[in-house]
Design a protein around this ligand. Structure first.
Ligand code: MRU
Length: 367
């Protein structure tokens, strides 16, 4: 997608380079910083400290991290053990998004025990590239299927823009390219369908006001940042036509774990008859799970993210304290929206209802 008119992915390799390059998202929207990652430990730090974030992107980062571990482990006596250790380190960085484990496991599956280390490393390097490309391809398809839903809403109300509400950042910054929840918005915008996005700021880390607003601005999509508690009011007044959010882990029954606060938006949407869609590539579906509330691990992060506010002032990047010294905070990163509140799931194979039977119609190989 575009940054100052130039095409970028969130993560990439350069020909003949031993490193991986990524957009360090901690600096957005104030500065555009590219970071060079030289080894798997640096990749673990980049994921844990959210230089990269978003389900699809941390999956691709894990795959590239495994490629670095493989390339640098050619002299290891037990190559497979070395790679499994690297995979465990990567998987320990963040618990909720299943793509992380999927990225690691997909790389481990390419190892052929009978082959030499060099051959196996080469295979993992190529597999990581394919993994990243597949993430971008799935998101592009989500854009094509999802834009049809936006187009249908526009056909019913041709005189005004379609108002989409989104939470957190499920745009291209959360994937390798295109995004999940925002891919339909970008595709509709490209096709000349008037669209406007209500952007939840998404405390505590403000992925909405910092990242979603930035990427929409770069693509010239009209948008308005709102505080997280505004959605219900807007829905009561007919100012939201559709909610589209991403997912960090989806059960085979259609429960959706996404950034904390998503569930409350789904409840408000349900109460106001606003369609509530979750957009996700199938790499986000955890086929082993049936009950999202009981089974999906929810990340808890440092309380300083809640007790402080981070932004830019005339003195540069600044963190200010916004609570009494004595106060503690709880910082749950995600919540689970039960399938009954999800109107539909936008996947790379089309739109499905949020229930096991409908999901399996699109993914029959998972029966
Ligand atoms: O904590 P983050 O920024 O990694 O959380 C990201 C989200 O919750 C996104 O909405 C989500 O990843 C779905 S789209 C990839």
């Amino acid at each position: 997608m575009k940054v100052q008119g130039k095409d970028f992915r969130t993560i990439w390799r350069k020909p003949n380079s031993k490193s991986v390059f990524l957009i360090d998202q901690r600096h957005l929207p104030f500065e555009f910083v590219i970071e060079e990652i030289k080894n798997v430990d640096e990749m673990c730090t980049a994921i844990a400290e959210m230089h990269v974030r978003g389900a699809g992107l941390i999956g691709a980062s894990a795959a590239y991290g495994m490629a670095l571990a493989a390339e640098q482990g050619i002299k290891e006596a037990d190559f497979e053990v070395h790679l499994r250790k690297a995979g465990e380190k990567l998987k320990a960085t963040r618990p909720t998004a299943v793509n992380l484990a999927f990225g690691v496991e997909s790389m481990l599956e390419t190892i052929r025990p009978g082959d030499g280390n060099e051959e196996n490393a080469k295979r993992i390097t190529e597999a990581a590239e394919r993994f990243a490309n597949a993430d971008a391809d799935m998101c592009r398809q989500i854009g094509l299927y999802g834009s049809k839903i936006i187009e249908d809403i526009h056909t019913l109300n041709p005189g005004r823009p379609v108002n989409v509400l989104t939470h957190c950042n499920a745009g291209w910054l959360a994937f390798v390219d295109y995004g999940s929840a925002l891919a339909p918005v970008y595709e509709a915008h490209r096709r000349g369908i008037p669209v406007h996005v209500w952007v939840d700021e998404t405390r505590p880390r403000n992925q909405g006001s910092k990242l979603t607003a930035w990427e929409l601005a770069m693509e010239g999509v009209p948008h308005t940042v709102i505080v997280d508690n505004t959605g219900g009011h807007l829905m009561q007044h007919g100012m939201v036509d559709i909610c589209i959010v991403g997912s960090d882990r989806t059960t085979r029954t259609g429960d959706v774990a996404n950034k904390i606060g998503t569930y409350l938006k789904a409840l408000a949407a349900h109460d106001n008859n606003v369609p509530f869609y979750a957009a996700m590539p199938s790499s986000t579906i955890d086929w082993n799970l049936r009950d999202g509330i009981k089974e999906i691990p929810i990340e808890e992060r440092n309380q300083d993210e809640v007790l402080c506010f981070d932004g830019m002032s005339e003195h540069g990047r600044t963190q200010v304290k916004i609570s009494p010294e004595e106060s503690k905070a709880a910082n749950f990163g995600f919540d689970v929206t039960p399938a009954r509140l999800v109107s539909g799931m936008i996947t790379e194979r089309g739109v499905t209802k949020a229930n096991e039977e409908s999901i399996l119609e699109k993914f029959p190989e998972r029966r």
